[in-house]
Design a protein around this ligand. Sequence first.
Ligand code: ZN
Length: 274
Amino acid sequence: MSKRKTVYGLIVFLFTISLVLAGIIFYAKNQKVKVVFLDVGQGDAILIEKGSNQILIDGGPSSQKELEELGKYIPFWDRTIEVVIATHPDQDHIGGLIGVLKSYRVGEEIDNSAAGDSEAYKNYLQLINDKKIDRLRGERGINIKLDEANLTILYPGEDLVNNPKDTNADSIVAKLVAGKNVFLFTGDFPIEEDTRIFASGMDLSANILKVAHHGSKYATSDEFLGKVNPREAIISVGANNRYGHPAQEVIDKLKSHGIVVKRTDQMGDIVYEF
Ligand SMILES: [Zn+2]
């Protein structure tokens, strides 16, 4: 009798395991490409996900907030983020990545290799070293595949401004192509570097633009907008922030180009799925 009970128990156990595995396989096969502009307050964090594969661009200012946000989109059993990209070494972009490096296995870390002088940046580099995470210099031409989606770095090139007092100047600018959907991610890329990115001859056109520098007036020129020519623009920004982001003149500029503006301070997480 007890032997029979053991056999039944084993069958139920195996059946449960196969159900869970089938569930995971089904989950992985039926996932769409998802691009989420996470509402991390005053900062940037963008998750690109297909099934159990993720690329994370920046992590907002706070580890706690970033991990909470990621928990909403990354299944609990998936503890690996394949690629983490830090656009530049400012607190509002890499602060939350510290928690990410501590809590997830990170396959590869990509940054522009320009110097930063913040405490967050020192801690960030220390963690990459301690955890022996592969670190790659993010420069023009680097290409990351996520299934059928393709992320390409357009800026910076080999020539960095490399000034710890002007970290925005070397912000990584990258384009994601997923079918008909094209996103341009700009970090805090400033107007002063327009001539450099235009001279590179890179095609900046995209349907959806992540507005540079939280809508600051020192970013997003008319000429830049003309080259991107987006349908929608996302501003990742904290409510009532002390920088006055986004600037009214940038909002007006976007509207004068007929662009639909979406803001994380007003809409929370902004999710695209296809
Ligand atoms: Zn910023």
